[in-house]
Design a protein around this ligand. Sequence first.
Ligand code: MN
Ligand code: MN
Length: 326
Amino acid sequence: MSDPFFQPVSGFDLPRFAGVPTFMRLPHVPLDHGRIGEVEVGLIGAPWDSGTTNRPGPRHGPRQLRDQSTMIRAEHGVSGIRPFEAANCADLGDVGPNPADIGDTLDRMRDFYAAVRKAGIRPLTAGGDHLCSLPILRGLAEEPLAMVHFDSHTDLFHSYFGGRMYTHGTPFRRAIEEELLDPKRVVQIGIRGTAYDKEDREFAASVGVRVIPIEEFFDRGVADVMSEAREIVGGSRTYVSYDIDFVDPAFAPGTGTPEVGGPNSFQALEVCRHLHGLDIVGADMVEVSPPFDPTGNTAWLGVSIMFELLCAMVSRSPSGSGAGSS
Ligand code: MN
Ligand code: MN
């Protein structure tokens, strides 16, 4: 049965506008906490955006996402999944960056996520910009992982102002080079917008990454596209990376690199419902930028997507026997 310690604070016990905000009102269980060994899914803030090349702000994402997440209730409205009963979930706090040093922060984050992995915890991260996914993968990947990636951008570029660079446009190029990802089991969905050139798409084609541009997404529909995505990752250990700029800026304006002509907020949730049953070892929601999100609506969509990802993560037990009920 579910442990009361790991249940979120109910809105019937303390109103949702009261109290110290943790992700989804879960208990705060940092890595040195006595009950860390019982946590199965850890919600983590990654307040870092030093990989941003244009409009910054996602370093403020975890605070706003935590605040908005106090509106999340216990049960999924469609599937009926109650994720906080299916698995022990907790807010592990933030992984602390060094805002003055990209290399040092990459190492700090890698070490943090390696400790999370060794504790047997699957992380669900709130960024932060998309460079955060690279040190997360460095900490998690003991072997090349599969990945389902929602984004307007491939983030497969090699360079920025020359040379081998670490920005939010390069994380998955680096991750493939470092064999953290198996490119033939990577699918990128929603790609669109103007570009400098085709370097990223040519790299994707050369290594076997499947890119599904937005035109194909709308022509085929969510169910058909996600069916192919499930085939690509199959039964592999899979990471899910979700850039909020996948969603049309009419619904998610609070991000640094918006691209028009994207999915609506319903489709943004719906794609996650096709991830159920996959072997998801971790997931992230990145690029929510509070300075561009004065209404909080982008963060609200971001945490609503995080809840969908959480339901997908607990829909498969670690033994692979289907619906989780640990
Ligand atoms: Mn991205
Ligand atoms: Mn993007």
